[in-house]
Design a protein around this ligand. Structure first.
Ligand code: NDP
Ligand code: GDR
Length: 337
């Protein structure tokens, strides 16, 4: 039986990856931070909490990382742990650099020292592309990160590549574009939208307040993307791969898809912070804009080219952005029933 260790097991991807690996027959271990009340809700939601083995773990603590990796002795390590909310990274820039950047080095160096044969996956991100340099973005597109989060992830990406090249380690990075699900954190824009619209559809009165509706994202379903992570580690040679759908959508259209899935007919009017959306059927104001949710520097357009993953791994996404918005909106609506 193969053993996997997942950092960030309590997160969205950690839950889907745990389920996927358990179904493949893996023994699954995961690192959970010592906080006042560990957040294992998602593992419960996908029904695997009793099947995974949990260890106290923090990416900021080097000796803890060494001890846990020596105890578990995994065949594969998936480094999904991170301060993953871009918006907060301007408020916590040193923490983002430490956990999302140096944290990667801490694991790689522990593996290099004690278990260099272990296969390693690094959760790299389309946020590394930042300011548009090319469209669509592929493994060879120049990075130009636009947030402390993105800058830290670029370090994590390059140190993974460097340990692969310096020490021959099987270390791969997945450059994953945005992927969402009903388990997505409530502060990310897709889930914020589906949750607020579900409340309105249930008779609530709180208008959804958003920031920049013009930003465009390449959104896929998290369940499809965790499969791609595993596929990367099954290759004879380690490498870096973009996982994306190749379709980009403005935030405004995600609002529209989610609203339509809940039986609304949104009409957008006005511009900039004056923009609003109203449900034509009920006359209810459903969206307003606030400066508060704009970022100091924005990533305007992400659209990925997943050709390498398709041709070399045989990976492809199954869920379209409209299906994703519908899945998330209905899940939130049902949960409120
Ligand atoms: P989540 O925010 O849902 O999960 C992040 C996980 O990291 C949580 O389990 C969290 O633990 C853990 N974590 C945070 N800080 C630390 C720390 N100091 N030590 C150990 N663990 C820590 O993120 P996702 O599941 O969406 O993303 C997984 C990874 O993929 C992240 O690295 C993210 O940056 C990256 N990524 C995500 C994309 C997406 O669209 N979802 C796209 C590209 C990359 P806790 O529960 O205690 O907070
Ligand atoms: P992102 O995701 O920054 O792409 O990072 P997020 O959903 O937070 O933002 C997407 C876009 O929506 C715009 N936006 C808003 N965002 C939030 N959160 N709240 C709002 O009210 C709002 N209004 C507009 C943002 O400005 C942005 O343009 C996610 C994370 O999962 C990262 O960890 C991951 O690396 C990248 O995706 C790929």
């Amino acid at each position: 039986m193969k053993k996997a260790f997942i950092t960030g097991i309590t997160g969205q991807d950690g839950a889907y990856l745990s389920k996927f690996l358990l179904e493949k027959g893996y023994e699954v271990h995961g690192g959970v931070r010592r906080i006042s009340q560990p957040e294992t809700v998602r593992l419960e939601q996908v029904g695997v909490l009793k099947d995974v083995i949990i260890h106290d773990f923090d990416l900021s603590e080097p000796y803890n990382i060494v001890r846990v990796l020596q105890t578990v002795a995994p065949d594969e390590v998936y480094n999904l742990g991170a301060q993953s909310f871009v918006g907060s990274s301007w408020d916590l820039p040193v923490y983002a650099a430490d956990v999302n950047g140096i944290g990667v080095l801490r694991i790689l160096d522990a593996l290099r020292t004690f278990a260099p044969q272990t296969r390693f996956y690094q959760a790299s991100t389309s946020e590394m592309f930042g300011l548009v340099q090319a469209v669509p973005q592929s493994e060879t597109t120049r990075f130009y990160p636009r947030s402390p989060y993105g800058v830290a992830k670029v370090y994590g990406h390059y140190i993974t590549m460097n340990y692969r090249e310096s020490f021959g380690m099987h270390a791969s990075s997945g450059i994953l574009f945005n992927h969402e699900s009903p388990l997505r954190g409530k502060e990310f824009v897709t889930r914020k939208i589906t949750l607020a619209l579900a409340r309105l559809a249930r008779g609530g009165t709180d208008t959804l307040v958003l920031g920049n509706l013009d930003a465009k994202r390449d959104w896929g379903f998290a369940g499809d993307y965790v499969k791609g992570m595993w596929m990367m580690l099954q290759q004879p040679e380690a490498d870096d791969y973009v996982l994306a759908t190749g379709v980009t959508t403005p935030i405004r259209d995600f609002v529209r898809f989610a609203a339509e899935a809940l039986g609304m007919d949104p009409v957008f009017e006005g511009e900039g912070v004056e923009e609003t959306a109203t449900d034509r059927k009920t006359g209810k104001r459903i969206v307003e804009i606030s400066e508060k949710f704009f970022r100091p520097a924005e990533v305007d357009l992400l659209i990925g080219d997943p050709t390498k993953a398709r041709t070399r791994l045989g990976w492809q996404p199954e869920v379209t952005v409209r299906q994703l918005a519908e899945m998330m909106a209905k899940s939130d609506y049902d949960a409120l029933g």
